[in-house]
Structure formats: structure tokens, C-alpha cells
Design a protein around this ligand. Sequence first.
Ligand code: GLN
Ligand code: ZN
Length: 761
Amino acid sequence: MTTLVHALGYPRIGAHRELKKAVEAYWKGELDRDGLEQEGARLRRTHWQDQIDAGLDVVTVGDFAFYDQVLNVSVLIGAVPPRFGRIDGEVDLDTSFRMARGRAPSGEPAAACEMTKYFDTNYHYLVPELYQGQTFRIASERLFEEVAEARAEGYPVKVALTGPVTWLWLSKAKSDGLERLSLLDDLVATYDEILGRLASAGVEWVQLDEPALVQDLPGEWQGAFESAYNKLQSTPVKLLVASYFGGLGDNLGLAVSLPVEGLHVDVVRAPQQLTAVLDRLPPYKVLSVGAIDGRNIWRADLARLAGELEDAKARLGDRLWLAPSCSLLHVPVDLDNETRLDPELKSWLAFARQKLDEVVTLAHVLDGTETETDRQRIEDASRALSARRESRRIHKLRVAERLARVGAADTRRANVYPIRATAQRERLALPLFPTTTIGSFPQTQEIRAARRDFKKGILDVADYEARMREEIALVVERQAQLGLDVPVHGEAERNDMVEYFGEQLDGFAFTQNGWVQSYGSRCVKPPVIFGDVERPEAMTVRWSEYAQSLTDKPMKGMLTGPVTILQWSFVRDDQPRAKTCRQIALALRDEVADLERAGIAIIQIDEPALREGLPLRQAEWQAYLDWAVECFQLSAAVAADETQIHTHMCYAEFNDIIGAIAAMDADVITIETSRSDMELLDAFQHFDYPNEIGPGVYDIHSPNIPERAWMVDLMAKAAEKIPPERLWVNPDCGLKTRGWAEVEPALANMVEAARELRQRY
Ligand code: GLN
Ligand code: ZN
């Protein structure tokens, strides 16, 4: 009775980001279509071989994509928005690239599809668009070709696809009055056809990813699951419905009783659901247990897991399958490529390749077929993990003691906003509609080169510091010429807003190759938070101090907030996220205090990731928001009344979290509004948001120069919702991706707009 071992998906980017390089070369015209296809095929083969080498029983086909796997499904079923042209035959690769990024080596440019985060991950998928009269058909042969490719190489194949209900759940109806669920029957009919084709191609199992099952589903969407899978009942392939990123919760009954041959559940995020699922699983079904964390980089405690899964094995026999909790797309490829990581820390980690080994060993133990290699692996894991539990590099008494001393008073400013506002007005003497920016200024080639050379040791500290000071002086000078009321230093020294702080904090580690796909060819290398966080010394003060010395205007100090640092890192799994976040918050609190002491009167603590930290289930929102807000406050509340605390969040949905935003009690919040015509200020208006707001008056993502009149107009709209004396004028995000040629005229217009507004109000 052997346990089948599989992976829901494998990283496709390549251990050395080969896919990124190939795709970008193709976009630039440096690699032709055949070259790109060959590289794709080579990577697929490598990744299938990785799975076989590790000892998996099947390889997964369908997880590969040149851009995004959700987009691949949209193309497969012919859901191409009309603006990309009418296509009767095969939807080609360039059309999919145009959908993804607006342009491709061939075909007319058109507006790209919207991109958004896949559930609670940092992976972005392309939002499927649906229009009146939408039909579906098999519009791409790619998947079938990949199946043929794998079979020709002799690999045992399982196909993985985004399931029909989740695909529809992630889609957006673009025509007025179009009900997405009205398209379900047609959609399922096309899936049925696809499954039929896969069966004829010799595929036995198809995994349909349905992570929507771990979210709060309205009744009609639960009904959609029943109806869709009832219709797919007679498909000739066996179906494995895969849930992940959380527990099935109130969808558990629905999920176990879908008329399919198998169910995958995530017992890393939701270990408590295993027993309930086992109790309710019909006797004909396979249960794939996701026992190895597909979202984080920690080595698994194999001995403990084997114990926990014994019961499942006893009850299911060979109806038990094992896998990582979700696709390994969300972790880096191969720990073996990390040659510079400290060996002890490295012994605590597992990336995608190592996770395959872990699942295989776990299965062998449950089957009673473990080899010497397996025994060694278990022993190594146990030894490494017990060392990790006790390590002094992780657990620092000082940090624990300090955290224990934190009380309610530490998370509250000394006085309420109206009193602080008076103190700040007196100190800062800013005009009505003060102008500022979000922090970064254009990151030119030279700046990047200087940072790179410094890292490589080509530039010494003194030269590097001089180079950065030169840049700061330039940025401050240009802001003076533009007439900005609250200048910034420009963030030239920062490669990334999280990495910059992580590198200076104890408890963080950085990999060389730990790349994870974020969207398309873009990858991120999240820091690893492995231990108690401490700040050995001030991180930003010397730059801010220098910048302040160049101007009489109040220089705004720039920090990344605790929630954002947490959210964009791989986080410890040996303590609650909230606790790690509090440690980061305390480190930032000290930085706020130091900036204040250095005479910095305005400090911005960016929290662009606050919203994306929201749990997938609404019932858990409040608990998250409570600690997230508390952490922000812990960082900020050390500031005296006359120090003005700003925060920045660059997104457009505040309705459901406005209470938490207000509880953060930042003196000023800058947000994105330019694209929504100030509509999102409604949430602030209805809440009677008491503090100051800088609604972004222009979209920094666009190269267009905003007109003065247009910005005045937007601000006039804002002033209908928020009293003018509480409004700021600023762009909607940092300027680092723009060039000076765009930034200077845009800001000049913005400052003009503010001047005009001052006359009007
Ligand atoms: N201060 C950062 C910048 O200006 C903020 C970036 C962000 O919001 N993502 O670049
Ligand atoms: Zn932003």
C-alpha cells in the first residue's frame, strides 16, 4: 500500500531565473520565438526530471507558463478580451503577452489586463475579463502539446489547471449587468471538452485548483461548485480538487462531497481540519494531504509529521496521497545554490527541491519502506530543528524582555490628534495644501551602478557615501527649485524598501538565489526573518540628517513600516506573525526616536502592504487588524506631539478597513486616489476620518505629465469630502521608476496646482 507522492506545482522560473532571461530577451527581440519555446521546453523537462529524481510518482504538467498560469487558462478557453482583436483560430503566444503587458513582438498594442495578487500570496495573476456574449472554446493547443511532450519523454503525467469555479471567482465582469455565474455552464462545458482531450491523450488524473474553497463563499458560489462538478462527473479523467492556503471551514461538507475522485487539503495552514476531513471523506475518494509548507522556506520536522499522519495512513491506506501544501511556485527553487548562507541557518531551510525530498521521505516512513537515505534525512532534520529551537542566534532574552514590558501606553501618542495638530502647525508653519512626495526620486542608472559597485566592493564606503550625498544634494536642490513644502532625501541608498531595513536589522538573512516569481518575468528575493529582531544601530538617520542640513524646509524622514517588512519577507514559523511584527515595530520605534532626536520633524512610516495582510477569511480580519495597527502604533507613538507622523498606502480600497486606518492615528496619510477620481475618499468622508489626508493627485505608474488644471479639479473634488485645512497635495506613490524628464514637469504642475488651490480656499 504505497502512498502516491506529487507536487501541486513546481517553480517554473528556473534555479537561475532562466525563464525570466529568456522571456525578456524575446520581448526585446534578442531571442526568437523558437529559441523561447526551446528554453521553455528545456525548463519543463528539467523540472519534471527534478520531480522524478526526487522520487515523485507523477510529474505535474500545466504549471508551466511564460507569464502566468491563470492567463494560460484564459487563453486555453478562449477568454480573450475583444480589444486584442477577434481571434477564430489558435490564440498565439504574442496575444497572451499582449494581454499580460499590453504589447508583444507582434500584434497591435492594447491596454494590458489588470493584475492582482493571487489569494494571500505575493504572486500576481492576470484577472480574467468577461464580456456580454462571452463564449468559451478550446483556443490553444499548448497544454495538450506539453502533455504530449512529457509523455514522449516517458514521464508519468498528472495535469494541473485552475479549476472552473476559481477561474470564474477570480474573473471580473466587464459588461454592465453581466452576471459571472451565468457563464458557468458554458465554461464547464469547455472544461469538459478539455478533460476529454486530456483523457484521449492518456492522462489519468487532472488536478483542478480550487483555492476559492478556503474563502467565505456566498451561497450561489457554493452552489456553483456543486453544479460545476456534477456536470463534470462523467468526464473520463479522474479529478483531484485542490484546496490550499487555508482550511475548508464551512465549505468542508461541500468539498468532501463533490463528485470527484480526490481532494487535496492544506494541513500546514489548517492542521486541525485533517481529522474532520478524514471523518467525512467518502470511502471511494483519494485524500491528498498537503503536509509540507509550500509557502515558507523552513525545513520540515519529518519525525513529528510522520507521527501526525499515521492515523490518516491507517484509515486511508493507498487512498492517501502526500504533497506540499500548495504549488511550490511560492518558494525559491534550490537551497543547494546558496553557497554563502551561514551553514547553521541553511540547515534550517528547505526550498522547492528539498521539499520534494521531504514529501518522498514522509511517504516512505508512512509506508514502512524507508531507506538509509530517508533515515538520514529524518535524523538530520530532527537535529537541525532541535538546534534551531534552542539557538541563541534566534532567541534573545533582551528582545523577549523588552517585548514583555510593552504596555498600552506605548501604542498611544501622548496627546490626541487635535492637540498634536496645533503643536505641529506651530512648529512646521506649512501653507494650506502643503505639497510633498512619497519618498523616492528617480533611480538613475548611475545610482544603481553606485549601489552595485559598493556591494561588490568596487566602491569603498567613503566613495559610496560621497556619491549618495551628492545625489541627496541634487534631489534636495531640485525640490527647492520646484517649491515643494516638505522635501524628502530621495531614497537613493535603497535598493528595495524592505531589503534596505532587513540588511541592517539582526534576525534577518538574505539569500543569493532565493528568487520567487512575483508576476510575469518579475521575481523578488524576500528576506528571511529567522530570529528575534533587533536594531544594532540607527539605519536612516545620517542620510536624513544630511538632507535636513541642506534646507530650511522640514525634511521628511522615511521608514518602511513593520507590517510591510513582515509581509514581504519569509517569516518565522516558530512564533506567531504578530510577535515577529512587534519585534520589528520596536526596532523601528527606536529609529523614530533617533530621527526625532536628530531634529527630523516629519517621519513617514510606509505601510503599503497593510491591506494585503488581511486573512482570507473575514472572521479573522479583526484579529489581524488589531495587531497590525498596534504594531504601526508601537513604531510611531514614541514621537512627541510636535513630530508629525505620516503613513503611505498605495491602493484604492479602504471601505472595509477604514476603522483600522483611523486607529493607526497617523497625523497624515497619503493614498492612491488619482485613478478613482477621488471616489475612494468617500470611505474617509463617511467615517469622518479625523486626521490629515494626501490623496494622490497623479498616477506615477503612467509616463503622462499631469496638467495643473486637472489636479486642481481633483483636489476641489477632494475638498468637498475632506476639509481643505486637512488636505495635502502629493503624487500617489514613490517616483523611483520614473525619469527626471517626467518628474520635474509633473511636480512643477503639482506645485502650481497647490498655489492655485491656496488662492481658492
Ligand atoms: N517611500 C516609498 C517610495 O517612495 C514608498 C513605496 C511604496 O509605497 N511601495 O518609493
Ligand atoms: Zn506607494
